[in-house]
Write a protein that binds this ligand. Structure first.
Ligand SMILES: O=C(O)CCC(=O)C(=O)O
Ligand SMILES: [Fe+2]
Length: 170
């Protein structure tokens, strides 16, 4: 992964060694008026990597935002979806904005496991990326603990949390 993101392996190792893994089960009951509610608000995953299983493979609900439009991710039986999270986003390899809708007559279940960095480290632009591309950092550094405190104290609204760490160059 480090290779395809153009980073030194050390930079990823230092973040995720002794990292923590969390697991979430999402249950979306049927709703008679699905157009009035949202199962899970639009967000990008504030982690390194997500592995997601759409367990009820006959029921759609997951949607990703592409070019300003919501596109359904049709479940494939026994297939995992791998999502880059905000922490591993590098330039064009973006953490995707997604949401979950509900259905009028069918329940839906998804299982997600999230790989996160260790809590006592800090986060920021990878030193090797800055060196290799000779570019200016676009985000400020923050401790992992503060990063998650901030994330969990906000409403889920698209990628707005990542934007609070953006450095406005120039
Ligand atoms: O239910 C889904 O397919 C999406 C779940 C999700 O985005 C999440 O748990 O972060
Ligand atoms: Fe998600």
């Amino acid at each position: 992964m480090a290779k395809s993101l153009g980073m030194d392996q050390h930079d990823i190792g230092i973040l995720f060694e002794q990292g923590w893994q969390t697991f979430r089960m999402n249950y979306y009951p049927p709703c008679p008026q699905p157009e009035l509610v949202m199962g899970l608000n639009s967000h990008s995953d504030a982690v390194g990597l997500t592995i997601l299983l759409q367990l009820t493979a006959d029921t759609q609900g997951l949607q990703i935002k592409q070019d300003g439009h919501w596109v359904p991710v049709v479940p494939l039986p026994n297939a995992f979806i791998i999502n880059i999270g905000d922490i591993l986003e590098v330039k064009k390899i973006m953490s995707i904005e997604h949401r979950a809708t509900v259905n009028s007559d069918k329940e839906r279940i998804s299982l997600a496991t999230f790989l996160s960095p260790k809590l006592d480290g800090d986060l920021g632009p990878a030193p090797s990326l800055l060196k290799n591309t000779l570019s200016q950092p676009e985000f400020r550094r923050i401790s992992v603990a503060d990063y998650y405190k901030g994330y969990f104290s906000r409403e889920l609204v698209g990628k707005s949390y990542v934007d609070t760490m953006r450095i406005h160059n120039g």
